[in-house]
Design a protein around this ligand. Structure first.
Ligand code: TMP
Length: 433
């Protein structure tokens, strides 16, 4: 048993750290079909999240012991293959676990799940580094109180069990520790109060406020996405946002030019086809001016609040479009932007790699081009060339993705590579604490 001199916070998994309904619902449906039982509707399916499977299949599906065993086997087979990844980390949970770790708390997970599923889920979503110990059900240990006792460290000054069902509250009480009912999960306030929860929280934010009042949030991250007009950025931003949500990263979107009130006003001026007399230098300085505001008003505060800021274009666009396209020169545009950026660069920049001819074909499908989209093919050839130079200069930061692939294939590659960077960055930040 581990030792702990401070505080221990023990979490249930399903409905507390992760929103597992998609996978669990699919597996209960699969198990019902496998034993020829009627498939429960969505309301009835909610009951299956939290209690032990043996209990659920008997109590909710009305199966006899032998059929319940077969249903459990069918459930587990599908669950271990795919169901456990059909899961979402609740927004805010990453931030909470990172904050607890930074405070020096002992963090445990006590779940009624059997086998290695819990570890696989925590590993898959990059949460394991913030968790000291995991304890699951075994054939000899299926009561929640025993699972909680097994994960609790010795000698802690204070210990809490956080869970979303009555089993968690009752188990925590029986183990002699205080309990927090997570009302945002699958139980109800009434269920949790009736089971004796010491505290109930309606949201993950309320849980953070309760467990870590006044605590500095861990640093978030800044990401940007770049490419020629027509490279498919909007679709990829939507797909990446969905993946980041699933992993529990809290995403704020922004764009350049724009992102702030002043930035959006500058965007109007810069992109308006009614400003044909704008010189290349004016254009470069206006982009840089909007960026100076963006960095200070939105980007830095968002990252400091623990969120991921996902920006549609950043300084690389200026280097490519004004430096390359307008022929002001890569170094001159970097110099113009030095004060605006002031050292704030993305952790990772996704570059959607498409050649200018293919991008032009895609742009032709779009209606009224703005002042920049209306530029010549030679202009975009220079933009593409300048992007290549940037990638060559800073290969660590860029995630270059072949944009001629089908959008979903590209989306998966981007999500996997970006999430890997984010998880590495979290680890790095936590080891620096
Ligand atoms: P968007 O259509 O991707 O929102 O971008 C607006 C246009 O502005 C796009 O054609 C690229 C261009 N642009 C620059 O020329 N320099 C810059 O610094 C930025 C951010 C965008």
């Amino acid at each position: 048993m581990a030792l702990c001199s401070g505080r221990a916070v023990i979490f249930d998994l399903d409905g507390t750290l992760t929103q597992s309904e998609e996978g669990i619902f699919n597996c209960v449906r699969h198990a019902a079909r496998a034993v020829g039982a009627p498939v429960p509707d969505d309301t009835a399916l909610r009951e299956y999240i939290g209690p032990p499977l043996a209990y659920s299949f008997r109590a909710f599906m009305g199966l006899d012991d032998e059929t319940a065993e077969r249903a459990i086997a069918a459930f587990r087979e599908r669950y271990h293959r795919v169901g456990l990844f059909e899961n979402r980390v609740y927004p805010g949970i990453r931030r909470l676990l990172r904050t607890l770790k930074a405070r020096g708390d002992y963090v445990g997970v006590a779940t009624g799940k059997h086998g290695d599923a819990t570890r696989r889920i925590l590993d898959h979503f990059g949460l394991s580094p913030f968790i000291d110990s995991v304890c699951c059900a075994t054939d000899a240990r299926s009561e929640k109180v025993d699972i909680i006792r097994a994960v609790l460290p010795e000698n802690c000054r204070e210990a809490w069990m956080v869970g979303d069902r009555r089993f968690d509250m009752e188990g925590g009480k029986a183990a002699g520790i205080r309990t927090i009912g997570a009302v945002y999960g699958y139980g109800t306030l009434e269920e949790l109060q009736k089971a004796g929860a010491d505290v109930c929280v309606e949201s993950v934010q309320a849980l953070i406020d309760f467990l870590c009042p006044g605590e500095e949030p861990p640093r978030g991250a800044f990401l940007s996405i770049e490419g020629l007009d027509g490279s498919g950025k909007s679709t990829q931003i939507a797909l990446l946002t969905d993946a980041l949500d699933r992993w529990g990263f809290e995403v704020t979107h922004s764009r350049e030019p724009g992102g702030t009130r002043i930035g959006e006003m500058l965007r109007e001026i810069i992109l308006s086809p009614e400003n044909p007399e704008m010189t290349a230098e004016t254009e470069a300085l206006l982009y840089a001016a909007g960026r100076a505001q963006h960095v200070r008003e939105l980007i830095r505060p968002t990252v400091a609040s623990g969120r991921v800021l996902l920006c549609d274009r950043y300084v690389d666009s200026s280097v490519a479009y004004q430096g390359g396209g307008r022929q002001l020169g890569v170094q001159r545009v970097l110099d113009i932007n030095a004060m605006a950026v002031d050292g704030t660069l993305p952790l990772a920049t996704v570059y959607l790699d498409i050649n200018h001819e293919a991008a032009l074909k895609r742009r032709h499908a779009a209606t009224s081009p703005d002042r920049i989209e209306a530029e010549s093919d030679a202009f975009f050839a220079r933009v593409e060339q300048a992007y290549r130079e940037l990638i060559w200069r800073d290969p660590e930061r860029f995630i270059v993705v072949d944009a001629s692939q089908p959008p979903e294939v590209m989306g998966e590659e981007i999500a996997q590579r970006v999430i890997q960077r984010l998880v590495e960055d979290e680890l790095h930040a936590s080891s620096a604490c």
